[in-house]
Design a protein around this ligand. Structure first.
Ligand code: FMN
Length: 248
């Protein structure tokens, strides 16, 4: 299975009032009825939406069907400037059925959040222009926050050092990096020490490290009871010699 997602622009319509050229979703109702009819037959799920002059569409399903439909859509003159920001193999669908949402995602809200969450790494790598373009549908800066408890109970290890010249408090960041350099270090120790600010501030710093690919995050090892080492039996022979020599 695969997933393709893109945004595209509706063509500019010059027939609009006061000679202002605006982008119009001409043929939107035909697009919606074609997709409602065709997509379930090809086991394609996802969503199509229109906002602020742009279409946003997610197509998920069998590789062949998704590629075939995407080729047809790409050649459709009812939109232009297509930016396919996602084209990946998937194991599970984010959307269990086909959905159309013209102005909002209320009906698909939970599924939409799952989709964003499932592909978060791709969104995090968007540059400012790309973030701005997709903003009517997904506010990347808002989703890129991790809950405070995200690193709780996890071990952190630095894979390489950040550029300290870019840090506002290089001494503190250096001290923190030293702790994370030798071996995986529990996040909770960092957060509880108070040495690096509040737990939220520590979360933010390590989140930055993780985003720039220099941090490995692992689940803390569960506490394993130490195996009882079988007690060494006293060696009778050496014991006897020691006794003989008066050492015992
Ligand atoms: C933004 C946009 C999204 C579209 N989404 C779909 C879709 O999900 N499913 C679909 O069958 N057609 C979709 N279409 C329409 C197709 O491009 C095509 O016109 C339609 O599938 C009819 O194809 P046919 O003439 O081969 O039957 C979309 C068109 C546009 C412009």
């Amino acid at each position: 299975m695969k997933c393709i997602a893109y945004v595209s622009r509706a063509p500019i319509s010059r027939a609009s009032i006061r000679e202002h050229s605006v982008r119009m979703p001409t043929g939107l109702s035909e697009i919606i009825s074609a997709s409602r009819e065709h997509n379930p037959k090809s086991q394609i799920t996802g969503i199509v939406s229109y906002r602020e002059g742009q279409y946003f569409q997610v197509l998920e399903g069998p590789n062949f069907e998704v590629d075939k439909l995407m080729a047809k859509i790409a050649a459709d003159p009812r939109h232009e400037d297509i930016w396919a920001f996602l084209d990946v193999d998937i194991i599970e669908r984010s959307f269990p059925n086909w959905g159309v949402s013209v102005f909002n995602f209320v009906d698909q809200g939970v599924f939409f959040s799952t989709f964003v969450e499932n592909h978060r790494i791709i969104f995090n790598n968007f540059d400012d222009y790309q973030k701005k373009r997709i903003k009517p549908f997904i506010d990347i800066d808002k989703i890129d926050t991790v809950p405070d408890e995200y690193y709780q109970g996890k071990n952190l290890r630095l894979l390489s050092w950040p550029d300290l010249n870019n840090e506002s408090n290089p001494q503190m960041i250096m001290n923190l990096c030293i702790k994370l350099t030798k071996k995986p270090y529990p996040f909770n120790f960092l957060a509880d020490s108070g040495e690096f600010g509040t737990p939220q501030q520590v979360t933010q710093i390590v989140r930055e490290f993780e985003r720039s690919g220099i941090l490995s995050v692992t689940e803390a090892e569960p506490l394993v009871e130490k195996a009882v080492v079988s007690e060494k039996k006293p060696n009778k022979f050496y014991g006897a010699i020691k006794k003989f020599l008066g050492m015992r």
